[in-house]
Design a protein around this ligand. Structure first.
Ligand code: 13P
Length: 341
């Protein structure tokens, strides 16, 4: 297959009606942070057991079309010895891989950060591809503060995302481009809208400069929300309207799918916000979907609590959360469904 056919086939498998992406690519410190409150220790074996529980959930492929993996997981196997990437492929789920190496302060822009990992990326992608990965993810992070993000931060982060995406496409790997505007702070919904618009504008300008083919990428943005410490909460309708407004202004119609991150929203909030966008806005040029980490896994971790005997209950929790988010893809979710099992 030539590269373009390969990218097209991967996008077609990732972007399907009623499906979204499960982000299960927590780094070692992050997964330890998620395990701790439920009393699970983070070891290579507990991480393997947990993630194999997730991926062997019966019927998961009805709602989940892709899973983002952490490097370690690509090397791990399910209890029956099947490589975990293959377990996903058997469920018609595309395996993907987080390829960035985390963030450091951005020199010259106090308060802004920049993600590392471009050195040797093409070679790493060839190895990951050999292990079954067909798409990749790279995250840049923007904190909103009195002076942040700076224009330098916005431009430098956009450049990184574009350089990463261009390398991925040259290797026949679909890039998920993730500019995450953090929910922390006391900023207003309007301020968040302005930051997201500036960030996305710079990202697409850079993608264009680096000749990234928009048809073969997925955008993973934040929803437009007031900061966690802002006194006024926003309704799902306000979040949906502000988010769609920014996306319409900044995201070209050639992008096939926009898969939101959950960024610290509760599972029910993340589902309700996505549902409201799909219910209120029809005829948008891109699919509006999910690529949730915490909002899909929180109830699963609670049900599992690190104990093998809770495996079935944990899988049931994942199936249910994925099903509710699938309904949100069609604008058919209702908060009352949270009370049914
Ligand atoms: P959350 O949905 O928990 O924000 O995680 C998504 C993700 O992949 C962050 O990089």
């Amino acid at each position: 297959m030539d590269i373009e056919d390969e990218l097209q086939a991967t996008i077609a498998d990732m972007v399907q009606p009623g499906t979204g992406i499960l982000a299960a690519d927590e780094s070692l410190p992050t997964i330890a942070k998620r395990f701790k409150p439920v009393g699970a220790e983070s070891t290579e074996e507990t991480r393997r057991a947990y993630r194999s529980l997730l991926f062997t959930t019966p019927g998961l492929g009805k709602f989940i079309s892709g899973v983002i993996l952490f490097e370690e997981t690509l090397d791990q196997r399910a209890d029956d010895g099947t490589p975990l990437a293959q377990v996903l492929a058997q469920q018609n789920i595309v395996p993907g891989i987080k390829v960035d190496k985390g963030k450091i302060p951005l020199a010259g822009a106090p308060g802004d950060e920049i993600t590392q990992g471009l050195d040797g990326l093409a070679e790493r992608l060839r190895v990951y591809k050999g292990q079954g990965a067909r798409f990749a993810k790279w995250r840049e992070v923007y904190a909103i503060g009195e002076r942040n993000p700076t224009q330098l931060g916005i431009d430098a982060n956009a450049e990184m995302l574009a350089r990463y995406a261009a390398v991925c496409q040259e290797e026949g790997v679909v890039p998920i481009v993730e500019p995450e505007v953090l929910i922390d702070g006391d900023h207003s919904l309007q301020h968040c809208l302005e930051v997201n618009e500036a960030v996305l504008h710079a990202v697409f300008h850079a993608l264009h400069r680096h000749r990234v083919v928009l048809e073969y990428m997925v955008l993973k943005p934040s929803m437009v929300l007031p900061g966690k410490l802002h006194p006024a909460r926003a309704t799902a309708e306000q979040v949906a309207a502000a988010t769609v407004k920014v996306l319409r202004r900044a995201v070209p119609a050639a992008v096939p799918s926009i898969n939101f991150l959950s960024g610290g929203l509760s599972p029910a909030e993340a589902t309700a916000n996505l549902n409201t966008m799909n219910a209120l806005f029809s005829g948008l040029p891109w699919a509006l979907s999910f690529s949730y980490g915490r909002a899909l896994q929180e109830p699963v971790l609670q049900a599992w609590a690190g104990k093998a005997e809770n495996r079935a209950a944990a899988q049931q929790a994942l199936y249910r959360r994925a099903q509710l988010n699938s309904l949100a893809r069609y604008g058919k979710y209702q908060p009352e469904l949270e009370n049914e099992t």
